[in-house]
Design a protein around this ligand. Structure first.
Ligand code: NAP
Length: 454
């Protein structure tokens, strides 16, 4: 894929970039090693000073950073600003908490003193997607730098300006030169970097094929990985739920970020007693969404990331319909230059069809009717994915059954799945492994060293 900024709202190629040469990549890796040797020796106060600066810079530049995101991938400006501010919060969170998360942990043994020490691994390669072009990267690099690691970023080829802006911010925050370099390269050049002895670990957020490829290479090289992959999250609504709230939040959970979120609610599993009423409310809410220019403050849904992505989504919907699914509302390609798609709902998707097991990476909600909680959980778990999950019920017993039995990296009760720096984030099954955020995220790229002093 060419490295270029293409405005999804107009189809215009705004700026193209030359890929970095092999020599430039080599220099970036060398600089990341040197920077690691410096950051490793900084104490937590010094790291925190620069991490707070990074958070402050991000916050101060919210408007320009949000504009770049909207330009390159089409999310609404309002949501882009929200993402920028969340990045700033994440920086401040790790600046404030890394020291306690990585403090030595004394363990009583036969030694005079023995403890766990959390030490950095070195240079970590991050392969990142375009859908949350700032947030996905910050949630990696903020804990990584606070732990004393340094990073290399292979960002998605359609968000080069976001990648370069992030590198620039880290430099201006005062981290040593080379602490975080954006590599403008294609996915095919990732293997060579992963096999470089100077690179100690990798994290990838993206699709299953990309994750499987990176994990296979790192397996061969015996290097640790964290994988954050796709999802087809269940959103279960039971009769005791606050239906209006569930619908309001459900629409947001399916359509935010123009429907292109790994943790979007994708499968709405609704109890038969309330199915028709819930469906009617969803239809009304979907049909009221304002689709249009992402820079306009009134817009709810901007374009999809590209016309290719829209064609892929539409093909999935057509396959679903040919397999017997029914269109409830929307699900239509819209005319014009931009990659606009009308959000919609399909139902009657039969178990065993292709569609039933797929992730829809766009604003299409799949609706299922079930007779009871057991059936809801069985359906929710009948998926290759296991990222997030959400259940709406006031019944405490139902809540606790769902928490125990839903196969997912997270279960949100009467709330939508969302990431939060204070809580671990990640998936199971084909949604990946390892955790980001919270203490798990910062420890993911640490050497948990056993120290024994006789
Ligand atoms: P993608 O095609 O896998 O791209 C993600 C990144 O991987 C890009 O930088 C891409 O580079 C690179 N890449 C692609 N193939 C590669 C390969 N064989 N080796 C190394 N790198 C490779 O994913 P996407 O379609 O842009 O993103 C959507 C997917 O990401 C969805 O499935 C979504 O659910 C998932 N996602 C998961 C999370 C999570 O936290 N679990 C968060 C966000 C998104 P190029 O752009 O140059 O191809």
């Amino acid at each position: 894929m060419a490295i270029a900024s293409t405005n999804p709202a107009t189809g215009e190629v705004v700026k193209t970039f030359d890929a970095h040469t092999e020599a430039e990549v080599d220099l970036a890796i060398a600089a990341a090693v040197v920077a690691h040797e410096a950051v490793r020796d900084w104490d937590f106060d010094q790291r925190a000073k620069h991490m707070h600066k990074l958070g402050d810079l991000i916050e101060a530049e919210v408007d320009s950073l949000a504009e770049i995101m909207t330009l390159e991938m089409g999310k609404t400006l309002a949501q882009a600003k929200g993402e920028v501010l969340k990045c700033a919060k994440c920086c401040h969170f790790y600046a404030d908490h890394a020291a306690e998360m990585l403090a030595d942990e004394i363990v009583e043994t036969d030694a005079a003193k023995s403890y766990r020490a959390y030490l950095p691994l070195g240079v970590v390669l991050a392969v990142m997607p375009w859908n949350y072009p700032l947030w996905q990267v910050i949630r990696f690099i903020a804990p990584a730098l606070m732990a004393g690691n340094t990073g290399l970023l292979k960002h998605a080829s359609n968000v080069p300006q976001c990648a370069l802006a992030l590198q620039d911010l880290v430099e201006r925050a005062g981290f040593p030169e080379g602490s975080f370099s954006a590599l403008l390269i294609s996915g095919s050049r990732v293997e060579k970097i992963l096999r470089d002895d100077r690179v100690r670990a990798a994290t990838l957020t993206g699709s299953e094929p990309a994750g499987a490829s990176v994990a296979a290479i790192c397996g061969d090289e015996i290097k640790p990985t964290v994988l954050e992959l796709g999802g087809s999250d269940a959103f279960i609504i039971m009769p005791s739920a606050d239906i209006d709230e569930a619908v309001k939040v459900g629409v947001k959970a399916r359509t935010q970020n123009n429907g292109q979120s790994c943790i979007a609610a994708k499968r709405f599993i609704i109890h038969a007693d309330i199915y028709d009423a819930v469906k009617a409310k969803f239809v009304e809410a979907f049909e009221a969404l304002i689709i249009g220019d992402p820079t306009d403050g009134d817009t709810d849904i901007g374009p999809l990331v590209s016309r290719e992505a829209r064609a892929e989504l539409d093909e999935q919907v057509q396959t679903a319909l040919s397999e017997g699914a029914l269109r409830v509302t929307g699900c239509e390609t819209m005319h014009g230059e931009g990659a606009y798609y009308r959000p919609g709902i399909i139902e009657n998707i039969a178990k065993g069809t292709q569609t039933f097991y797929q992730e829809f990476f766009g604003p299409v909600a799949m609706f299922f009717k079930v007779e009871d909680l057991d059936a809801a959980i069985e359906l929710a778990n009948d998926s290759p994915f296991g990222l997030g999950s959400s259940i709406w019920t006031q019944d405490k017993a139902e809540q606790s059954t769902a928490i125990k039995r839903l196969e997912a990296g997270g279960t949100f009760v009467n709330a939508m799945t969302a990431s939060d720096p204070r809580l671990p984030f990640g998936g199971i099954k084909r949604s990946g492994y390892g955790r980001e955020l919270s203490s798990e995220g910062i420890r993911a790229f640490c050497n948990v060293k056993t120290v024994y002093i006789a």
